[in-house]
Design a protein around this ligand. Structure first.
Ligand code: ZN
Length: 443
C-alpha cells in the first residue's frame, strides 16, 4: 500500500458498539484513516512498539501521522436524528407548555424571525458550533420555511465541516399569518432548495424533504413533497404522534384514513428513507406499518419529558426491528448535547417500567448504541457511519476524562468501563478534546 494512503493513525483506547447491549472496549488499539476519510484498519492489542512497527511497515505511514491518545479515548461521533436549528435560540426557555400551545407561543414566533438573514446567521453559527463541540458529527436539521436562510444553514454546516441533512420546513395551513407559505411557494422553494443543495455536490451536506407535520401541510403539498423526495432520492423527515391532542387533531383532519401513520403513507411520505420524530403514541398497527415501510424513528426523550408528551417504549420498537436513533429535538429538548438524549433514553425506559413491571429496561450501553449505530441506520448510512469498522468514515470524538476542571473525577480503581460510564452520565463538552468528521479535524 502506498504511504500516502494513510492520513492519520490513532493509538490507544477505542470504545464503540457493534451490538445493542454491549460496548466494545479495544485497549492498545491502532486505527488508520485514509486521505479520503475512511477507516483503513482497526487493530486491537497493539501493546508493544514492535507490534506497532509491523503495522507501520505494512501500511508505510510516517511517524508524524500518529496521534497517541494517552489516557484519552476515542468514541464515534454522535448522530442527532432530529433537531430544529432555529429553535436553538430558545433552548432552555419555554418549557412550560404542551406541544400545540408551545408551538404557537414560542416556536412559530422565533422561526418567523429567520427571514432576517443576519439573525439567522448568528443563531445558525452558534447551534452548529455547539453541536460540534458536543461531539455531534451528523445532524438532521430542520431549518425554517425561508429558502435563503435554509441555504445559509447548509453553508454554515458545510463551512464548519459537519455532516448534515438540512430541511427547509414546509407548512401551508393551520399556521399563524406571520409564519406560513402558500402551497405554490412551499413546493417551488423546496424544489429549488433540494436542487441547489444537490448541485453543490458535497456528499457531507444533503437536503432532506421536510413537511413540518400533517396538520400544517395541505394534501396537495404533502402529495408534491412525496413526489419530490422520490424524484430527487432524498431522505424525508417529519413528526408523528408526539402528543395526544395532536393525534386527535389528525384523526379529525383525516376521518377516512385509518391512522396517523396511514396519512403519511397515503402521500408516499412513509418510506425506507423517512425519519419520523417522537412516535410516542403509535398503535401496534402503526408500528407494524413502520416496519413494513422500513421507516425509522427519532426518539427524543428529553423533549417528550419537557413538553409532557409521553414515554416511548423503545424496547417494543426494537423488538419489532424498526430502525431507531436519538434526537435532541432542540428546543423541545433543551440540550443540544446528545449525551442528554442518551441519559434520558435510560430514564424514559425506566418511566415505561413504572407502568409495566415486566418491561426490560435499556441501560446506558444500549442508549449509546442508539446515539451512534442506531442513528447511522436512521440516516440510511449504516454501512458508512456509527462505529469503527474498516471501510466506514472516520467520524469520531477524542474524550479526555482527566481534563482540568472537568465535570467528574476518576479514581485509581475505576475500570475503563467505569470511566466511560462516568463520561456518559456526567461528561460534557469539556471532555470533548477533539472532533473529526470524515477524517478531518473540525474541533
Ligand atoms: Zn421536532
Amino acid at each position: 500500500m502506498m504511504s500516502s494512503a494513510i492520513a492519520s493513525v490513532f493509538r490507544g483506547t477505542i470504545i464503540h458498539s457493534l451490538e445493542l447491549e454491549t460496548v466494545q472496549i479495544l485497549h492498545n488499539a491502532a486505527l488508520g484513516v485514509s486521505h479520503l476519510g475512511s477507516i483503513v484498519f482497526v487493530r486491537p492489542d497493539v501493546d508493544t512498539d514492535d507490534k506497532f512497527n509491523l503495522i507501520q511497515q505494512e501500511y508505510g505511514f510516517e511517524s508524524n501521522k500518529v496521534v497517541n491518545l494517552g489516557n484519552k479515548f476515542l468514541i464515534p461521533g454522535f448522530i442527532d436524528t432530529h433537531a430544529h436549528a432555529p429553535q436553538y435560540h430558545n433552548a432552555g426557555t419555554g418549557t412550560d407548555l404542551p406541544l400545540l400551545k408551545w408551538l404557537e407561543k414560542y416556536t412559530f414566533p422565533v422561526e418567523s424571525k429567520f427571514r432576517d438573514l443576519s439573525f439567522a446567521k448568528n443563531v445558525y453559527t452558534k447551534v452548529v458550533d455547539r453541536m460540534l463541540k458536543n461531539g455531534t458529527t451528523t445532524c438532521c436539521y430542520y431549518a425554517t420555511i425561508h429558502l435563503d436562510a435554509s441555504l445559509l444553514l447548509a453553508d454554515i454546516v458545510t463551512e464548519r465541516g459537519q455532516r448534515g441533512f438540512i430541511g427547509k420546513v414546509c407548512m401551508d395551513r393551520h399556521s399563524p399569518d406571520h409564519y406560513v407559505e402558500t402551497t405554490e411557494d412551499s413546493i417551488r422553494n423546496t424544489r429549488q432548495f433540494v436542487e441547489q443543495l444537490q448541485a453543490r455536490g458535497n456528499p457531507l451536506v444533503q437536503p432532506i424533504v421536510t413537511p413540518r407535520f400533517a396538520p400544517s401541510c395541505t394534501d396537495s403539498l404533502m402529495h408534491d413533497l412525496g413526489k419530490l423526495a422520490r424524484e430527487r432520492n432524498t431522505l424525508v423527515q417529519s413528526h408523528i404522534s408526539e402528543n395526544l391532542d395532536e393525534v386527535q387533531w389528525v384523526k379529525s383532519l383525516y376521518p377516512n384514513l385509518n391512522s396517523y401513520a396511514e396519512v403519511y403513507k397515503h402521500f408516499d411520505l412513509l418510506t425506507n428513507k423517512t425519519i419520523m420524530a417522537h412516535c410516542v403514541h403509535l398503535s401496534d398497527q402503526e408500528l407494524d406499518l413502520f416496519k413494513q415501510q422500513e421507516a425509522s424513528i427519532a426518539h427524543c426523550p428529553q423533549s417528550n419529558f419537557t413538553l409532557g408528551s409521553g414515554a416511548l417504549d423503545v424496547r417494543k420498537v426494537l423488538s419489532k426491528n424498526i430502525k431507531i436513533g436519538l434526537g435532541s429535538d432542540v428546543s423541545g429538548g433543551y440540550s443540544a448535547s446528545l449525551l442528554s438524549a442518551v441519559r434520558d433514553t435510560t430514564k424514559c425506559s425506566n418511566a415505561v417500567l413504572f407502568g409495566d413491571r415486566t418491561h426490560k429496561t435499556l441501560g446506558y450501553e444500549a442508549a449509546f448504541y442508539l446515539a451512534t449505530v442506531g442513528g447511522s441506520k436512521v440516516v440510511c448510512m449504516e454501512d458508512k457511519l456509527g462505529n469503527f469498522v474498516e471501510g466506514k468514515y472516520f467520524d469520531a470524538q477524542v474524550i479526555d476524562p482527566y481534563v482540568q476542571g472537568g465535570p467528574f473525577d476518576v479514581f485509581a480503581d475505576d475500570t475503563p468501563k467505569d470511566i466511560f460510564q462516568k463520561f456518559i452520565f456526567l461528561g460534557d463538552d469539556r471532555n470533548v478534546n477533539s472532533v473529526y468528521v470524515n477524517g478531518k479535524k473540525v474541533i
